[in-house]
Design a protein around this ligand. Structure first.
Ligand code: AOS
Ligand code: ZN
Ligand code: ZN
Ligand code: ZN
Length: 431
């Protein structure tokens, strides 16, 4: 398999760290064994954990005010794949890419697939884009896409989603993620029911085009770009639409798309119960869709979400197979560093949730023993599982210390002359 990070550099860094890691791992193993937990089983689960990188996350994000791109950033989907390879080589837990069309411009899908195959990367959920007009587009999405009052705009949006399925099929993906910016900015501007009816009628056309083994994931978002109302504003509208469309349609939860303080873990539990949890866009936020690095602000909330996911796994819940993806905007960091860190933070939440003694927790719940129940969650959350995550990376040939290794490899500087920026570019391109 092809590699982007020099194996010698990675090996040298790992050698420096390994003795200390082994000591810490043994100490943690000893501690966990007192609770009846086998560190080897947990480490195997860490090795198996995977989360997808969004192709658009590999470039510097930005806001509607400005974007400050760094040097050596990927200029196209082929270069984005290369950076995804770096992220996976360092983290050992990101072996797939979630593409976004038409941001990812592709002439030859088999060439793109081969390029990713060479790095051992797979393609997962395809994201469509009907929230902005493309150059030369015959009709506009200014007043919405799937719910637009104009049939021609709706038809264009439907066709784009069907095209996305086709692109995804060529790459080996198995799901389509639909997020629309449709909504309104003024009270009275939009008839709520009619807009939702139009959305559903359009979505039916897309659903009909799904291959037998595909799923369609509807991503809700409370606001932005519409600031008064949004057609799929919350998990209520999303699950209603998913139930209306059929079993292959599920909801996708982007952590940043709720009002502050929303009990997201409970939404997750409800979606699991009704077989409607399609997947996640992980990120963190303080105000709303801030798309900050995962776990950077509310690691306990992220842990509580994984507590629900691990509980479903434990109960062997049927039709439970959510897709994990990151969806973040990196404005001031090197996107590779943020994505590696975030993937590991999500993995950390999963591993901590595995440390919860489920049967003990059920007992506390049945006995209404609130303090012991919450204490059981806190006990798991308070473990420092870093040695497990690092050992999982080491055993998979990834980096014990990903950021140190990345910086020692000098990857970004090496990319600067290889990927010169178009001096005429104004900062758009990767959003
Ligand atoms: C928009 O807020 C959503 O999070 C979507 O997932 C979107 O397609 C993605 O963030 C790219 O902008
Ligand atoms: Zn998202
Ligand atoms: Zn987001
Ligand atoms: Zn978002």
């Amino acid at each position: 398999m092809m590699r982007r990070i020099d194996s010698a550099v990675l090996h040298e860094q790992n050698e420096k760290e390994f003795a200390f890691l082994q000591t810490d791992f043994n100490a943690l193993g000893e501690k966990l064994s007192r609770d009846g937990i086998d560190i080897e089983a947990i480490t195997k689960a860490a090795e198996a954990f995977q989360i997808a990188v969004p192709s658009w996350g590999t470039g510097t994000g930005g806001t509607r005010f400005a974007r400050f791109p760094g040097q050596g950033e990927p200029r196209n989907i082929f270069e984005k794949v290369e950076d995804c390879a770096v992220i996976n080589e360092l983290s050992g837990c990101t072996d797939s890419i979630s593409p976004h069309f038409p941001w990812d411009k592709v002439d030859d899908f088999s060439e793109l697939k081969q390029h990713a195959d060479a790095y051992g990367l797979k393609w997962v959920s395809v994201n469509s884009n009907t929230f902005q007009d493309q150059p030369g587009q015959a009709v506009s999405y200014k007043y919405g896409s799937l719910s637009n009052t104009e049939k021609a705009s709706r038809d264009l949006a439907i066709q784009h989603n069907l095209d996305c399925i086709r692109y995804g099929q060529q790459l080996g993906a198995k799901s389509l993620t639909v997020w629309v910016g449709d909504g309104s900015n003024h009270p009275g501007q939009q008839h709520f029911q009619r807009a939702f009816e139009r959305y559903l009628a359009s979505a039916e056309q897309i659903y009909k085009g799904l291959p037998a083994d595909w799923e369609m994931h509807l991503e809700h978002k409370m606001f932005e770009p519409a600031f008064y109302s949004t057609v799929i504003q919350d998990w209520g509208s999303s699950i209603l639409a998913a139930m209306h469309l059929g079993p292959k349609c599920k909801s996708l939860v982007d952590l940043g798309h709720h009002a502050p303080n929303t009990n997201i873990e409970m939404i997750v539990a409800r979606l699991i119960q009704f077989k409607k949890l399609g997947g996640f866009h992980f990120n963190d936020s303080k105000y709303g869709d801030d798309d900050l690095d995962s776990g950077s602000l509310q690691p306990y909330q992220q842990f509580l979400i994984f507590n629900e996911l691990v509980d479903a796994e434990h109960r062997k819940e049927s039709e439970f197979n959510p897709a994990y993806m990151l969806d973040q905007s990196h404005n001031v960091t090197d996107p590779i560093e943020s994505l590696v860190t975030s993937a590991i933070e999500v993995q950390r939440s999963y591993i901590k949730a595995l440390l919860v003694n489920r049967e003990a927790l059920y007992g506390y719940q049945e006995a209404n023993d609130a303090i012991m129940a919450s204490g059981e969650l806190k006990r798991a959350f308070n473990f420092d599982v870093a040695p497990i995550l690092a050992m999982a990376r080491y055993r998979k040939g990834a980096a014990i210390n990903p950021l140190k290794t990345y910086r020692a490899a000098n990857y970004r500087n090496a990319m600067a002359p290889v990927r010169p920026r178009d001096p005429k570019a104004t900062g758009s391109g990767i959003i």
